[in-house]
Design a protein around this ligand. Structure first.
Ligand code: SF4
Length: 275
């Protein structure tokens, strides 16, 4: 089902038209939000530190990195931002990191957000969840806790997190949340950890994206021309859609795409000017 400013697109029982559209009730909130440009939701990255060191991650400084720690916003500073957001009409806050549970004052931050009347979501790897966190979430329920699953065995999980023991910690934390009936959403990511060359992933990802774009165009009533898919431009569109500009640069440079190295690390991504 697709919801688009006041309309909902849902699968149709009528095989003639694949989708049907229905008008949604005109909530005053949506209208005033649009008119006044209200930031209904905002994200707080409360730390750049993490207990894991996932190979795909861009925000995983060491758990006790002193510089990263010093640069974190204090509870008072966060409170100031939150007050401003709430004054502007914010309703929902996502707390993320790094790993937000690394912060000693995580509970204070969380409680402060709840006391502002916000819906609160938390992104965590669950490794550091304690019974105290569970109690906190039971007393002040989050909108949801989103936990990323990096693998379904210690071997696959820790190949991503590069932290021995992290799989057991994740399972323990997740079990605590589930046993405490805390609302948890699980999510996962697809990572190229085998020797499958990166370049083929562009096609693997590109084809569904291309089809999704075509489907979306149909749903929102655009024709191919309006999507830029003209006959003349088609070869060009297909080439870049399926292979990707970065892949082209990789081909031209003759550089090896990022691959898993024999020692288990991953080679750096292709970047301009880097060896
Ligand atoms: S657990 Fe999340 S924040 Fe931590 S290193 Fe992995 S992806 Fe990054």
């Amino acid at each position: 089902m697709v919801v688009q400013s006041g309309m909902v697109f849902a699968p149709s029982p009528d095989s003639e038209s694949f989708f049907r559209s229905e008008s949604l009730p005109e909530y005053a909130l949506w209208k005033s939000g649009e008119e006044k440009r209200i930031p209904f939701s905002f994200d707080l990255e409360v730390t750049a530190r993490c207990n894991n060191a996932c190979r795909q991650c861009y925000i995983n400084l060491g758990a006790s990195d002193p510089v990263a720690k010093r640069q974190e916003l204090s509870l008072v500073e966060i409170q100031g931002i939150v007050h401003q957001a709430v004054d502007l009409g914010a309703l929902w806050c996502l707390v993320t990191g790094g790993e937000p549970l690394l912060r000693q004052d995580f509970s204070d931050i969380y409680l402060m957000l709840k006391k502002q009347g916000l819906l609160v979501s938390v992104f965590t790897n669950a490794c550091l969840v304690t019974p105290e966190h569970v109690k906190l979430f039971q007393n002040y329920p989050p909108r949801d806790i989103e936990v990323t699953v990096y693998g379904i065995s210690a071997q696959t999980y820790e190949k991503v997190t590069r932290r021995p023991g992290s799989y057991d910690a994740f399972r323990r934390g997740l079990d605590l949340l589930l046993e405490g009936s805390v609302k948890v959403r699980l999510k996962a990511m697809a990572l190229p950890l085998t020797s499958f060359p990166f370049i083929y992933w562009y096609a693997v990802i590109g084809v569904p994206l291309f089809l999704a774009a075509m489907l979306t165009a149909r749903v929102i009533g655009l024709d191919r021309g309006q999507m830029g898919l003209t006959i003349k431009g088609l070869p060009f569109q297909l080439f870049f859609g399926l292979v990707g500009a970065q892949a082209l640069l990789e081909i031209l440079s003759g550089r090896q795409p990022p691959m898993e190295m024999p020692d288990g690390s991953i080679s750096p991504s292709w970047r301009m000017g880097q060896p």
